[in-house]
Design a binder for this molecule. Structure first.
Ligand SMILES: [Zn+2]
Length: 282
């Protein structure tokens, strides 16, 4: 497994590479621009080139970009969908310029219109993106906890979206966030829970569509639909659940990225050390 974490781009994109390298990351995730604003300043080509050059000097094998939180392609409101579409395209341009492997996208929230309608909006937007862009970056739909009107809290829901997009297997995929999956009802504490989860994933999306894991322990209960990440081993999934993840042969070649908090109980360095410790005793 290629362990890593979400790193800051403060001071320039290439600084993210250095931060990842300092932490010993084999995979990193970044925001391509301000994750809480609609507007993003254009990426400087020199900065993008510096990022690519800096990456070559490191052991970082995978780079993922996380889309902006505001993006909601499933919204029932035309204006929100239109702004989301523009913003996602801008972020995909950025991701292409820095040679990112993946763009992680939350399927979004249907706002009360029903998950099927929301999912159709997402599929339409992705179909349009594919027609308008020459994509180098694979777009990954991240499983959601299923809070409120969130769509995409089951593998079947994600498969439903992908099933409506042309050539989906060529440029789409899924991201398994351990906290979201657990909150959505997938029991990742045990070997049998992992078996069941991966079997369902395989029979809907196809196991080959799983390209990235977000490793986060969960504060919320199994099936509680609460998206609250915590340190590996301190939540309800526990070290045992992550050990079972690492024992799965079909997952060993995947990048595993931490999105754990940085607070008085730990930071990315301590969580990476925990993952390494579990890996040694798997
Ligand atoms: Zn995540």
């Amino acid at each position: 497994m290629y362990f890593g974490c979400h790193v800051s781009i403060a001071g320039g994109l290439d600084k993210a590479i250095q931060r990842g390298q300092d932490l010993g990351c084999r995979a990193i995730q970044i925001f391509a621009s301000n994750p809480r604003g609609w507007r993003a300043k254009p990426i400087n080509p020199q900065e993008a080139q510096n990022f690519c050059l800096a990456r070559q000097e490191t052991d970082i094998k995978y780079v993922a970009v996380h889309s902006t939180y505001l993006v909601n392609l499933a919204s029932p409101r035309d204006e929100i969908r239109s702004k989301s579409y523009t913003r996602l395209k801008e972020d995909l341009l950025r991701a292409g310029m820095i040679g990112a492997d993946f763009m992680v996208l939350h399927p979004g929230s249907h706002g009360g219109a029903g998950w099927e309608e929301g999912a159709q909006h997402v599929a339409q937007a992705l179909t349009r993106i594919q027609g308008e862009m020459d994509l180098q970056t694979r777009v990954l739909l991240e499983i959601e906890a299923g809070a409120g009107f969130e769509i995409g809290s089951s593998w079947g829901n994600l498969a439903y979206i992908m099933g409506q997009v042309p050539a989906a297997q060529k440029w789409l995929g899924v991201c398994l966030d351990t906290c979201h999956s657990f909150a959505a009802g997938y029991d990742l504490r045990t070997a049998s829970g992992w078996e069941k989860t991966l079997h369902e994933l395989d029979s809907t999306c196809g196991l080959e569509s799983l390209k990235l894991i977000h490793a986060n322990d969960s504060i919320g209960a199994l099936g509680g639909h609460l998206d609250r990440h915590t340190h590996i081993g301190s939540g309800l999934i526990g070290e045992g659940g992550f050990r079972e993840m690492m024992r799965r042969q079909e997952l060993v070649d995947l990048p595993v990225i931490l999105e754990t908090p940085e607070d008085s109980h730990g930071d990315f360095a301590t969580n990476l050390a925990t993952l390494q410790k579990i890996w040694q005793t798997r």
